[in-house]
Design a protein around this ligand. Structure first.
Ligand SMILES: Nc1nc2c(ncn2[C@@H]2O[C@H](COP(=O)(O)OP(=O)(O)OP(=O)(O)O)[C@@H](O)[C@H]2O)c(=O)[nH]1
Ligand SMILES: [Mg+2]
Length: 351
């Protein structure tokens, strides 16, 4: 059993555990990394392998029902796994408090969980590259959808100190909390470190080469590989998987690979992440105003034009994506039911 706020465990998690394991026979551990269906988890005694049963794997409708980095799971045989005797078995997954999920890259329309139970999402953009409000908006949107507080970090500020004010202003139009930092000069590091701290979980997001792993190494004292920057200032996709690390002050930090594609996963009835636009829309003449050419629009001219353009881009994408998603979900459901029927035919119920 974990004592104190280790890894973010608290009274709320304890209550959630008791609800599914009142006798306390299972060990609560936190998923740190995923490796081809098996996981590294951190718990009492250190890090060990855990895996889900084949049955749970096949019963999962999609990846959201399987553990992801940051999840709390209850496992059997933890002591044996810590002693190097094979993987512990996941028996329960505690309900997530927050959940970061995107639409998986590529043709298939499936959700891809990125991290669970995260308090703060730090979206990084380099001071020596153009700030892309549309891209920042996407990250911030994903975070807000997942119930995670967004912070924008302008990295490598040592390389463009004179551009600081303009960058901060551009970033503030997307999210109010902006920090500038440099792992070279140490500028902004105390502020970033303070976002974490004992029991708090932060995820680092942003394009390849913005300095996520460099920041993580500085915070955690780890030796994650960091990449060289190509002549065109782009990163090289050095980090290849998501991983949770524990800092000396007890803060939890998740490193992620730079993502080439970043599309929102759209849940039914989900609210858009543009809360400033939603607030201004209260003054629109028409309730279904799209803030394009409608008369009496309360948004046009009230929010920055770039921000409205991002909103429109995302709105168009959402419509297209929702249609694709609906088709794919129907197909997945048909396949799942098919698999279930096949299994039922193979294994007749003894009753
Ligand atoms: N000057 C300067 N360079 C930095 C800073 N932070 C990171 N870098 C450099 O930026 C390059 C990329 O850093 P990484 O930490 O590998 O970037 P990443 O975001 O983890 O990239 P991926 O793993 O590919 O997603 C490296 O050459 C770092 O040395 C900084 O604050 N100042
Ligand atoms: Mg990296």
């Amino acid at each position: 059993m974990l004592g104190g706020p280790v890894l973010g465990w608290d009274a709320g998690w304890e209550a959630a555990r008791r609800a599914v394991d009142p006798e306390g026979v299972l060990a609560a551990v936190r998923i740190a990394a995923e490796h081809r269906g098996a996981y590294h988890a951190i718990g009492d005694g250190g890090t060990a392998w855990v895996e889900v049963t084949g049955k749970a794997f096949h019963a999962a409708g999609d990846k959201r029902e399987l553990p992801t980095v940051g999840d709390w799971v209850l496992v059997e045989s933890w002591a044996r796994a810590i002693a190097g005797g094979g993987a512990a078995t996941v028996r329960e997954m505690l309900p997530r408090r927050t959940f970061l999920v995107r639409r998986a890259a590529g043709e298939a329309v499936v959700p891809q969980p990125l991290a669970a139970n995260v308090d703060i999402g730090i979206v990084m953009t380099s001071a020596n590259a153009d700030l892309s409000p549309a891209r920042l908006d996407r990250y911030v949107g994903l975070l807000r959808d997942g119930g995670i507080e967004p912070v924008i970090a302008i990295s490598k500020i040592d390389l463009a100190p004179e551009g600081r004010a303009a960058l901060v202003e551009g970033a503030r139009a997307v999210a109010p909390h902006v920090v500038c930092l440099s792992v070279v000069t140490g500028d902004g590091m105390p502020e970033v470190r303070a976002l974490g701290g004992e029991g708090r979980t932060c995820v680092l997001l942003g394009s390849s080469g913005v300095g996520k792993s460099s920041l993580l190494n500085a915070l955690v004292g780890s030796t994650q590989e960091i990449g060289a920057i190509r002549a065109d200032e782009r990163g090289r996709h050095t980090t290849t998987h998501r991983e949770l690390f524990v800092a000396p002050d007890g803060g939890l930090w998740i490193d992620t690979p730079g993502m080439r594609e970043l599309a929102q996963w759209i849940d039914e009835g989900e609210e858009a992440a543009f809360d400033d636009i939603t607030a201004a829309a209260e003054h629109c003449k028409f309730r279904d105003c799209r803030h394009r050419e409608e008369p009496g629009c309360g948004v046009r001219g009230k929010v920055p034009a770039g921000r409205l353009a991002s909103f429109h881009k995302l709105a168009d994408e959402r419509i297209a994506s929702a249609a694709r998603q609906e088709t794919a979900q129907k197909l997945a459901e048909t396949r799942r039911v098919g698999r279930q029927r096949k299994r039922a035919r193979r294994k007749p119920d003894p009753a």
